[in-house]
Design a protein around this ligand. Structure first.
Ligand code: ZN
Length: 704
């Protein structure tokens, strides 16, 4: 599904922008799976050949107290070349590729041997994968698989049919111009609610429609070429005037689209309406007619949320006034853009030229299997059948030992956070008590779900890639509408276990998929310092998300509730403002600063997550008595920071970096090392840095 950027808080993740949603605990798996895991991933093999902490690249020219990122990663960065097919490489990317390669082998086997397709999920992904790899079948089908959508667009003649068409497209996974989701009501998390939000733009950011710098002009030109390619390949009017009209239409949407930083405010996007109220507030479109098709026969919701009402007002105005000819071009473009990677080469190649080359700087596409796996599962594992990939992955690469030890790490880090809250000087006891309650009730979800979804009613073809995608979207839409009438299922996983990422979920949950519980982030054979500097810091980061500038608005049950005294809220805001200002002054590239407001939640989570994990390590060392034990010549404290700098090592293309700075809520990796480390006294102590060193902030940022 295309990402809909209205779900401001419901997910915060470690390395990529939020997407889906989840929750639950501890599965138990048969023993043979563990054995398989050991052989395939080396999870149980002794790491004699590849040390847990690879210190071979430490720089002799840079001092740890001057630039710790360069000290640890400088040599690696200098010696590492980005392959043509990668926009970013580093620890996360390396493990993702390994997980994808494992999945690719397993999928091939699964597709070749029907007798291995023993569950509904495995059956589905065997067909889905086979259809994605069958490029001849994709060429042969042309656009026939998406014709049900395109024909409806091409035959749109009456304005009153437009609301139903927009709703049909939304159900088919094409968010144009509005996206939808069914998710727990933030103010009553027992119930599900329909949410509508802004979407439907082809440039990466709403600001790209108004900026005039050189980079934006280049992007605009590439986008025009892309639009032309898609329209002309599908035999639609594709002259300059036609492209101008579509871009002017998108610009009108962009005008009222909220900036990304503003989308992070969970209160600002909580706008309840009845269908009748929406009709009155956003005149020009028959909203009940739209909702009737969107909910497809389910009971019409009496109440829904509109993330950005000003956007809905504009959509309704355009529905009433814009020539249908422009609507037809715009909607066809959105269908083709959304489905291009699953269509014949004329479309898929155009999409690569724009989304791969122009936006992220790629020179060549990644192996097709990786793209197919991503199309099935999504970048953050939130696509509707992604969990079936997780089912396959976990059967081959799951370590109950990693799961058990990660849970122990969570409890150490949670205990440290508890102590920090107790000691906070600026917070009063009533607010502290609420914070402690929230921390105590936070639910860790580690590894994989206990049960796998059964995907009732969904069947896929082995030769119809785009058709499968459409079927999945329609099926998912129907499932979501069933959820509308049901109570929220708190234990449901909404991200797949094969993903290399971690999440803070909207129901006061933290999620660590099996995919990330592997070296270099977690290594069962490594000393505690290495694991607390890796996965331990991620745990601190995700816990802190529930207390970042957005997360702090939610209570122990995950409901949007103000549990702060006004004075404590003001105290928090002053500290958060300082974080935003400090990061906002950083220029990773000349002319491009970090957006301090967009990245605020991530930065607060980094700044607090690191020392909390460090304190968690002290608990583990106290138990084991290893506080003074040097390993490979380094103290545990030093190894903690070395491990952390290693897991963040990343090399990116310039285009990727610019796009990240403009659109992503995460700061570039280098600053996720330098800023949190220089703002915690533990770092300076570990490496005996003198006051005034670059790695010792003179006025340290602290929030928690
Ligand atoms: Zn995060």
């Amino acid at each position: 599904m295309p990402r809909v950027s209205l779900f401001a808080y419901d997910w915060s993740d470690l390395i990529l922008p939020p997407h889906a949603f989840a929750h639950t605990l501890m599965p138990s798996f048969p023993r043979h799976r563990l054995a398989l895991a050991a052989t395939l991933l080396g999870l149980v093999a002794a790491p004699t050949l590849s040390p847990a902490l690879d210190l071979s690249g430490l720089s002799k020219d840079v001092q740890p107290c001057d630039d710790f990122y360069a000290f640890v990663n400088g040599n690696w960065e200098a010696a590492t070349e980005l392959p043509a097919s990668r926009a970013r490489i580093g620890s996360f990317e390396q493990l993702r590729q390994a997980n994808d390669e494992l999945l690719n082998r397993a999928l091939k086997e699964l597709a070749d041997k029907p007798e291995l397709q023993t569950t509904p999920g495995l059956k589905l992904i065997a067909s889905y994968y086979a259809s994605g790899m069958d490029e001849l079948a994709i060429e042969a089908r042309g656009l026939t698989s998406v014709a049900p959508l395109l024909n409806r667009i091409d035959t749109l003649q009456r304005r009153e049919d437009l609301p139903a068409l927009l709703a049909l497209l939304a159900r088919g996974g094409v968010a144009a111009p509005l996206g939808y989701a069914v998710q727990p009501d933030r103010k009553d998390t027992r119930r599900n609610l329909l949410v509508l939000g802004q979407a439907g733009l082809g440039l990466p950011d709403r600001d790209d429609y108004f900026r005039s710098d050189e980079r934006t002009r280049g992007l605009s030109a590439a986008y025009r070429t892309f639009v032309k390619a898609l329209l002309s390949a599908s035999a639609r009017p594709a002259g300059d005037a036609d492209v101008d009209a579509v871009l002017a239409f998108e610009t009108q949407l962009a005008e009222v689209s909220r900036e990304r930083a503003k989308l992070r405010d969970p209160n600002a996007s909580y706008n309840p309406f009845t269908p009748a109220e929406l009709n009155a507030a956003a005149p020009g479109m028959d909203w009940p007619a739209y909702l009737a098709v969107l909910t497809a026969g389910a009971k019409l919701p009496q109440r829904l949320l509109v993330g950005q009402p000003e956007f809905a007002v504009r959509v309704a105005k355009l529905a009433a006034e814009t020539p249908l000819e422009v609507w037809r071009s715009y909607l066809a473009l959105r269908v083709l853009d959304t489905t291009a990677p699953r269509l014949p080469k004329a479309y898929a190649n155009a999409a690569f030229e724009y989304r791969g080359k122009a936006i992220t700087g790629l020179q060549a596409p990644a192996p097709r299997s990786e793209d197919v796996i991503q199309q099935i599962g999504g970048r953050t594992g939130g696509e509707p059948v992604a969990l079936a990939l997780g089912e396959l992955f976990v059967a081959r690469a799951f370590s109950p030992e990693a799961q058990r030890r990660s849970l122990a790490l969570v409890e150490d880090v949670r205990a440290s956070m508890k102590e920090r809250i107790e000691k906070l000087e600026w917070m009063t006891p009533p607010t502290k008590a609420r914070a402690q309650e929230k921390l105590a009730r936070m639910q860790p979800m580690i590894g994989a779900p206990e049960k796998w979804p059964q995907f009732e009613g969904l069947q896929l073809s082995g030769t119809d890639y785009a058709g499968n995608w459409l079927k999945v979207a329609l099926w998912h839409s129907a499932q979501q509408m069933k959820d509308l009438d049901a109570l929220v299922e708190r234990g449901r996983w909404r991200t797949s276990p094969h993903i290399v990422n971690a999440f803070a979920g909207g129901l006061n949950q933290i999620i660590f998929p099996a995919g990330i519980l592997q070296p270099p982030f977690f290594d069962a054979k490594a000393d505690d310092a290495v694991n607390y500097g890796g996965i331990g810091m991620f745990i601190g980061h995700e816990i802190t998300h529930h207390f970042d500038d957005s997360g702090r608005n939610f209570d122990a049950g995950g409901s949007l509730t103000d549990w702060w005294t006004p004075a404590d809220a003001a105290g928090y805001k002053a500290r958060a403002d300082k974080v935003a200002e400090r990061y906002g002054a950083i220029s990773p590239l000349p002319g491009y600063n970090i957006n301090g407001r967009l990245t605020l939640g991530e930065n607060i989570s980094d700044i607090s997550g690191l020392p909390i994990a460090f304190e968690g390590l002290q608990r583990a060392l106290k138990r084991s008595g290893g506080a003074d034990k040097k390993v490979e010549g380094y103290t545990p404290a030093q190894r903690f920071f070395l491990s952390n700098a290693l897991v963040w090592r990343t090399k990116v293309r310039m285009e990727f970096l610019i796009n990240q700075l403009r659109t992503d809520s995460h700061s570039p990796a280098k600053y996720r090392v330098l800023t949190p480390m220089s703002n915690t006294p533990y770092f300076g102590q570990a490496f005996s840095c003198k006051p005034g060193s670059a790695m010792v902030a003179s006025d340290p940022l602290t929030v928690w």
